[in-house]
Design a protein around this ligand. Structure first.
Ligand code: SME
Length: 164
């Protein structure tokens, strides 16, 4: 068993530096994308305070409309399929841009998988100019995520592009 849990109160730049190093160590030599997504979902859950869901939705390769389908995650069971353009994840997939949402209740079309979720950060994972997956982080606190979280998770998404 690996123990990656950082000390309470670790500053975000240090937290993301260590998260990226741990993610690199866990995924660099493993070719199976599901195994890598599973470990990264668990790693984000361990590293990031004040979150209630950390995980992946993948672009379903069998969906003609680019529907998202649930991937490996930590947290409560979640919505399985999300149409492109719907909710925060669907908006990230459609626009290929990070969605930093301080108040999900103010986000048009938000999909409430868990009524406790108050804020979200969703980052697309790009390969060959296509969104192959999104990383979804949810929190029960409003405005939990900021630019430092966005930068950290975008760096993680870039690292994972060829590993999931
Ligand atoms: N709330 C998300 C759906 C996924 S769950 O949060 C795990 C959304 O609106 O995209």
């Amino acid at each position: 068993m690996y123990d990656f849990r950082p000390a309470d109160g670790t500053p975000k730049p240090d937290l993301y530096r260590d998260l990226l190093a741990a993610a690199d160590a866990l995924t660099a030599d493993e070719a199976d994308g599901v195994a890598n997504m599973a470990n990264i979902a668990a790693l984000m859950w361990e590293f990031l305070p004040d979150v209630n869901w950390t995980g992946f939705y993948r672009t379903d390769p069998n969906s003609p409309d680019g529907e998202l389908v649930l991937g490996p995650f930590a947290g409560r069971p979640a919505c399985i399929r999300i149409p492109k353009g719907k909710g925060v994840c669907g908006a990230a997939a459609e626009s290929a841009e990070t969605q930093l949402v301080p108040d999900v209740h103010a986000f048009p079309g938000h999909i409430a998988c868990d009524s406790e979720t108050a804020s979200e950060l969703v980052v697309p994972v790009m390969r060959d100019d296509k969104v192959i997956a999104v990383i979804d982080l949810d929190s029960p606190s409003r405005a939990r995520f900021d630019e430092q979280d966005r930068d950290g998770i975008e760096a993680l998404a870039q690292m994972l592009a060829s590993r999931i």
